[in-house]
Design a protein around this ligand. Structure first.
Ligand code: 13P
Ligand code: SF4
Length: 311
């Protein structure tokens, strides 16, 4: 940790100098998550918190769609993304033209759009959702069919929990699509009694083989439940496997020394661009400032605000 300290101190000083706060996603490395973040959370929490920021600058230690969402919800603030290459395979998988084509094929069916998308795609949608509220958002529409884009796996996982039919788009998260049921079998056979917790961007057969599925914040909460009430093994330890991005286990392990973490993980290269050095430079140079296309701003904000009004 000592190796990070000079950079952490420099960032803290820059935050004061520039009236900035750092909102960090749960996939940040521990030195960002525990070292410099002011607010941490899943996509839903970061969106909600962005609305209430009073500081002049938000540094979004996450990926581009998260910074864009923060700007949409608090447009008077300067929003900085440390590295503009922090994209997302889901956001890149779909365009507004794809939505227009889906609407032509399925007239009258509402479009529910995962927040992991560009402002242009949100603007072409009826309502947004995150992995933390997708069930409630879909049920709030009171329909029996929705177009749910762009993550085909999230859509199918949520459909299985709602009884609402989903029309999907072939997008996938490059991190979560790599997990397989064989991975879960290996974890269970090597770790009797382990609790397997999977993100709903994993393929449905991976989620079906797990004990719980939810957003990154819901996964963290579930670790807390296992820590409090899970059945310990013969050695008095509780074991958890988080089927998601690597840094989650590192961050949660620091808060639950009583739990052993089995670590089958895949790295998100986009999230990992938020190094301490990138964050420091972002504050020093005021880069990279997120701007919005004024023609997309109002419709994109409406889709997010409709979501936040439900949950
Ligand atoms: P959460 O909203 O669950 O934090 O997920 C965001 C994400 O990018 C997962 O890959
Ligand atoms: Fe996108 Fe997947 Fe990375 Fe999340 S983990 S930002 S969904 S590529």
């Amino acid at each position: 940790w000592a190796v990070f300290e000079p950079e952490i101190e420099a960032i803290e000083a820059l935050k004061r100098e520039h009236d900035a706060v750092i909102l960090a996603h749960n996939y940040m490395t521990p030195e960002v998550f525990h070292g410099v973040a002011d607010i941490v959370g899943d996509s839903l929490a970061l969106a909600r918190e962005a609305q209430h920021v009073t500081a002049g600058t938000i540094v979004l230690a996450g990926v581009h769609f998260m910074a864009e969402t923060a700007k949409l919800l608090n447009p008077a603030k300067r929003v900085l993304l440390p590295d503009l290459r922090s994209g997302c395979s889901l956001a890149e998988s779909i365009t507004p033209e794809d939505i227009a084509e889906l609407r032509r094929q399925h007239p009258g069916v509402p479009v529910v759009t995962y927040v992991n998308t560009s402002a242009a795609v949100k603007a072409a949608s009826d309502i947004c959702c995150t992995s933390g509220n997708a069930v409630e958002i879909i049920e709030s529409l009171g329909v029996d069919r929705v177009i749910m884009i762009p993550d085909q796996y999230l859509a199918r996982n949520i459909a299985a929990r709602t009884g609402v039919e989903v029309i999907t788009h072939p997008g996938a998260c490059e991190v979560h699509e790599r997990f397989t049921p064989a991975d879960i079998d290996d974890i269970r056979s090597g770790n009797p009694g382990v609790t397997v917790i999977a993100h709903p961007e994993c393929p449905p057969n991976v989620v079906a083989a797990s004990d719980f599925s939810g957003s990154t914040a819901q996964m963290i909460d579930f670790v807390g439940q296992v820590s409090r009430a899970g059945v310990p093994d013969a050695g008095g330890r509780r074991k958890v496997a988080l089927i998601t991005e690597c840094s989650m286990s590192d961050n949660v392990a620091a808060e639950h020394p009583d739990v052993d973490f089995v670590r089958p993980c895949n790295l998100c290269p986009h999230m990992k661009r938020n190094t301490l050095t990138a964050i420091r430079r972002s504050l020093e140079l005021g880069q990279h400032e997120i701007t919005l296309d004024p023609t997309l701003e109002a419709p994109a904000r409406r889709a997010i605000e409709r979501m936040l009004a439900v949950k």
